[in-house]
Design a binder for this molecule. Sequence first.
Ligand code: FES
Length: 184
Amino acid sequence: MDARKWGGPVSLGSRPRAGTEADMALEARVREVVVSGPSGPGALIPLLQLVQEKVGHLPRVSLSLISEKLGLPESRIYGVATFYAQFHMKPRGKYVVRVCQGTACHVRGGKTILEAVEEQLGVKPGDTTPDLLFTLERVACLGACGLAPTMIINDDTYGRLTPVKAQKILASLAEGGTGTTAAS
Ligand code: FES
């Protein structure tokens, strides 16, 4: 077997690709993570997970660096990174806001909650606020139908929401609060 193909000792070089200072700093950070990460057969997903854990998302440059390290086509790495919901190609916010649009929440006004959150954050589902504070997502069911309408922010569940209550929770978090006072 070609050792390089499965992550043999590849230097990955040190010459940054063209870009802004921020791009070069990001590439250097990703390079460090990729070089220190696993190699060999089966390393692709653990390496993607490691980059995401350390960098917060999978920048485009991470795909080419992983391609170099593992000797795999970049197209294959892109395919894996976009297939699994756990991987994110774009930066994510400090708070990931998941607003439920499942049946129980829908009949109890879930759509108005989503609209209120969109208005408050100024982004649509799938997007992140420019300050990287919030990422908005819509989900089918959060498994808390008895509390409908609901949303989850990171690991905290907020139930029996109204549009105003949802906006107060977000405002509290944006101001550095916990969001819990606003939820009560
Ligand atoms: S439908 Fe919203 S929590 Fe189940």
